[in-house]
Design a protein around this ligand. Structure first.
Ligand SMILES: Cc1cc2nc3c(=O)[nH]c(=O)nc-3n(C[C@H](O)[C@H](O)[C@H](O)COP(=O)(O)O)c2cc1C
Length: 355
């Protein structure tokens, strides 16, 4: 198994080169701690948490395991600096980002002695992030769940590895679910894999059982990439809700989205003035129209409806295409052991020893 110890293991202080990504409403303290305790790197999804929930979640992970873990933020969160300071104070070793962090955020993370790992979906993003001094990148190919790009993992990963020129570890993401995939990622030059959907479908994931069953029933061809949720391409399981969103006219879509967005802000405790400030900065930075902006603010509510409240008839089900090859709900520990055993077996098949 020594050949499966990679730079990612050294840099993150973990046993296996496997990361459980920060998935909004899914990667809570239970899943994150289980992954880290089992030898991978768990990442808390903090974009959908209030500051106080984040504090509690960090405390809970630390109570469950002494192994390293990370937190996932978004660069345009209004209280990002305060959240980074919390991670520093509580000794959370790594901050991951959905998309690109600012130079200021990277500096603040480094000043606090933490590692910074953004997700990239294109070669040029990886080049920019490496130049800005991040410590690792997660390259997510098109087959990945949630917000995703258009380049498939098989092409993106070797491109990103080339782009960063060996300077920092690269984790492959999008479609990974087993040990053969881990070996493929290493063959493309990556230092490990990061998985979302596979971890959503484990015993420790708090997604309601009925909703997990819907995921397990989905075929490889049952996901779709849609812009109708928040304006950015997002891979979800195709359901009647998604069909309705795609065919809805702005006249019916907007008032509903606005109501739901305000409810989300109440739930996450964001004052209205911050909602407006964040909205204006998102509109500028992502070049959104007003209607896209309202939908963007509404998107987290649609995910929460399914993944927390268990109401897929009104919510969305973000998922990677790999969902179609997942058939059971292992414990995180069993999943990691299986992936490592499969990877070892695949390597032995590729490079048989003497005799
Ligand atoms: C339910 C769900 C929620 C997600 N939420 C986030 C998020 O809040 N932040 C983030 O950086 N990525 C998020 N993602 C993307 C994942 O972190 C990860 O990059 C992706 O799932 C990898 O592809 P895979 O699902 O094929 O493993 C989400 C993905 C899913 C499936």
């Amino acid at each position: 198994m020594t050949s499966l110890r990679t730079r990612a293991c050294e840099r993150f202080g973990i046993r296996f080169p496997i990361v459980q990504t920060g998935m909004g409403w899914v990667s809570g303290p239970r899943l994150t701690a289980a992954t880290s305790a089992a030898g991978g790197l768990g990442i808390l999804a903090a974009v959908t948490m209030t500051f106080e929930q984040l504090e509690d979640a960090v405390r809970e992970v630390k109570a469950r395991t002494s192994s390293p873990f990370g937190v996932n933020f978004r660069a345009d969160q209004p209280d990002l600096a305060r959240r980074i300071d919390l991670a520093v104070r509580r000794g959370v070793p790594l901050v991951s980002f959905a998309g690109a962090p600012t130079r200021d955020a990277i500096e603040r993370i480094h000043d606090g002695g933490l590692l910074c790992m953004p997700t990239v979906g294109a070669r040029r993003h990886a080049e920019k992030m490496a130049e800005w001094g991040v410590d690792a990148v997660m390259a997510q190919g098109a087959e990945g769940g949630g917000h995703t790009g258009v380049v498939p993992t098989s092409l993106l990963l070797p491109q990103v590895v080339e782009a960063v020129g060996g300077a920092i570890p690269v984790l492959g993401a999008g479609g990974f679910h087993d040990g053969r995939g881990l070996v493929a990622a290493l063959a493309w030059g990556a230092d490990g894999v990061a998985m979302g959907t596979r971890f959503l479908l484990t015993q420790e994931s708090t997604v309601p059982e009925g909703v997990k069953r819907l995921y397990l029933q989905a075929a490889v061809t049952d996901t779709v990439v849609t812009r109708s949720i928040d304006g950015a391409p997002q891979r979800v399981i195709r359901t009647p809700v998604v069909d309705r969103l795609e065919s809805a006219s702005p006249v019916t879509r907007l008032p509903r989205a606005l109501r739901s967005a305000l409810q989300f802000r109440r739930l996450t405790g964001t004052p209205l003035r911050e909602l407006v400030r964040e909205g204006l900065s998102m509109r500028r930075s992502q070049d959104l129209t007003w209607s896209q902006l309202v939908m963007a603010a509404n998107a987290p509510m649609l995910t929460k409806a399914s993944l927390v409240d268990g109401r897929p008839e009104v919510g969305i089900l973000p998922a990677g295409q790999g969902v179609g090859v997942m058939a059971e709900l292992p414990t995180v520990e069993a999943l990691l052991s299986r992936i490592m055993a499969e990877a070892t077996e695949a390597l032995a098949r590729l490079c048989p020893g003497p005799g």
